[in-house]
Design a protein. Structure first.
Length: 542
């Protein structure tokens, strides 16, 4: 309006001053001034109202094809899906006070209310996958990006012949009208937020796992490894915080579970439905193949590793006071020893899942290249990097010139390796066990620490006091085999700590049982290795 008024007024003034030419110039100047006034007025009016966007009533996206074949999956495969059930799109309004300027995207202002209304959209749908039964759905992609299943509600129906209808379908359709889709593996999304997908149902694909009948159903027991992982066993979500405002996942790299261990156990039990027992491997580290010079102690990946939750602690030892594992090209050669609190929590988790727990303390040899330590079986050479613990022996080793094998010195070297830690020197302290004996990082401290931790956690059905120390158990003292005697004594101490209900076992290497042949067959020794007159193979104490 101001444009028209000022255009006419400017033309009249120009004509009075300069005739026809002045009229033209006056109209142009008046139009410019009026346009500026109109823009200012319209902007002021716009600041008092919110922009409006239509509310969605239907959302395009995943569809169903009549007569589409039902896939059959073997092993692991990534497949699409067919929409087999859905409700109307659910929309929810949220209100906020109208601000100056245009309203937000998707906002609709109530007349006279002074508030903006924004819509959020949710979908309830079921997607058919393949012929059942399947073990589980491992991963899901939406529009090509992996979906974090912790942020949505998704239920998987494996396609059993007797599977029941989904509770959401029952709630929407009624008990008598809800199909169970027996024999069909499918998933149900409940109130799936659509904002991240442009307010439409995305295109899904699914990684489905279906084991072939046979081996998986026969598995009754497994070892849970790696054993060297500070928080990998922890059922609680842990996050690294290397700097202020910076975070990185510590134990969640699989988006189909709350933590890596939870996702792994879910997959394990789905694939092995008859699983009964899990051997939980937890590692300390040896640093020398010469038994008399070897320490056995926990390790950390690095000292500067801040994380959320309770701090890393093993045997009462804090991270800053614990040795780091060796580095290869600037990276840790191993993961660190599992935190005591994480070990207790994973024991509780395994028991809650109905699995019997064997606690398996395990020695890894952290001997880096360029260590400069003499090899007991080849004193002129350096110890090989990261060797098998079965190579540990006296120094020099049996058969090597100058060996103490068969003497009191060999017994002394073995005794230094085992140490003299006693059961009464281990005290539970919150989620760890504190050692109060003479300073030592010995094998007895290692084993008795985990015996005390098992007693603190409860639920441990079996305990491994050692495994594959074939080089050590073959060392002879002045009379007999000192390592066998040490293991027998250690077994008695662990028995006193864990009680008669816990099974104890020494897991022998296959070469530890049968005859011990020396000197090209001239010396054949059938002496028992375990010190109790039992065969050394899987020698156990009850």
């Amino acid at each position: 309006m101001a444009t028209l008024v000022l255009q006419v007024a400017g033309g009249a003034m120009g004509a009075a001053v300069a005739g026809p030419a002045g009229a033209m110039a006056g109209r142009a100047l008046g139009a410019l001034a009026g346009s500026a006034v109109d823009s200012s007025l319209l902007s002021a009016l716009d600041s008092r109202k919110a922009t409006a966007a239509p509310a969605l009533t239907d959302v395009p996206g995943l569809t169903s094809t009549e007569g589409a074949p039902i896939p059959k999956v073997y092993g692991r495969a990534r497949i699409g899906g067919q929409l087999i059930w859905a409700t109307r799109i659910e929309r929810v309004a949220s209100f906020s006070s109208a601000r100056s300027g245009a309203g937000g995207k998707g906002a609709l202002s109530d007349a006279g209310s002074g508030k903006d209304r924004a819509w959020s959209y949710y979908a309830n749908l079921a997607v058919g996958l393949c012929e059942g039964p399947v073990a589980f759905v491992r991963r899901v992609w939406a529009d090509g990006d992996e979906l974090d299943l912790a942020t949505v509600t998704m239920r998987v129906h494996g396609g059993a012949a007797d599977q029941q209808a989904d509770p959401l379908i029952i709630a929407k359709e009624g008990q008598d009208n809800a199909p169970a889709y027996r024999g069909l593996a499918y998933v149900v999304f409940e109130r799936l937020p659509l904002a991240s997908f442009g307010n439409r149902i995305p295109q899904f694909s699914f990684e489905v796992v279906r084991p072939v009948n046979g081996l998986c159903a026969m598995i009754r027991a497994v070892d849970l490894i790696p054993g060297s992982t500070e928080y990998g066993y922890d059922p609680l979500w842990r996050v690294q915080t290397p700097a202020e405002g910076v975070s990185a996942p510590e134990n969640r790299h699989q988006l189909h579970g709350p933590t890596d261990i939870a996702a792994s156990l879910d997959a394990l039990q789905a694939l092995c439905p008859n699983l009964q027992r899990v051997a939980l491997v937890v590692s300390w580290f040896g640093d020398d193949l010469r038994a008399g010079d070897c320490s056995i102690a926990p390790r950390v990946e690095r000292h500067d590793k801040p994380t959320t939750g309770d701090p890393w602690m093993v045997s009462g030892q804090a991270r800053a006071l614990t040795r780091q594992v060796s580095l290869i090209d600037g990276r840790p050669a191993y993961g660190g020893t599992p935190s005591d609190a994480a070990v207790i929590r994973i024991i509780h988790e395994l028991v809650a899942r109905g699995l019997a727990v064997t606690l398996y303390p395990f020695v890894m040899m952290d001997i880096a290249p360029g260590n400069g330590r003499a090899d007991p079986l080849d004193p002129g050479s350096e110890q090989a990097p990261f060797p098998w613990r079965g190579r540990m022996t006296c120094h020099p080793g049996p058969g090597v010139p100058g060996t103490p094998d068969g003497s009191a010195e060999a017994e002394a070297q073995v005794a230094r390796f085992f140490g003299d830690a006693a059961p009464g020197e281990f005290t539970p302290y919150f989620a760890t066990v504190v050692f109060s004996g003479a300073p030592q990082w010995s094998y007895r401290r290692f084993i008795l620490h985990y015996a005390a931790l098992a007693a603190l956690a409860g639920g441990v059905e079996a305990f491994v006091i050692g495994s594959e120390f074939v080089g050590l158990t073959r060392v002879r003292g002045a009379a007999g085999y000192p390592a066998a005697d040490q293991f027998a004594t250690l077994a008695g101490d662990v028995r006193a700590m864990l009680g008669a209900g816990c099974k104890l076992v020494y897991a022998a290497d296959w070469t530890e049982y049968g005859a011990h042949v020396r000197n090209g067959g001239a010396d054949v020794d059938f002496s028992p290795r375990c010190g109790l007159g039992l065969p050394a193979h899987r020698c156990s104490w009850h």
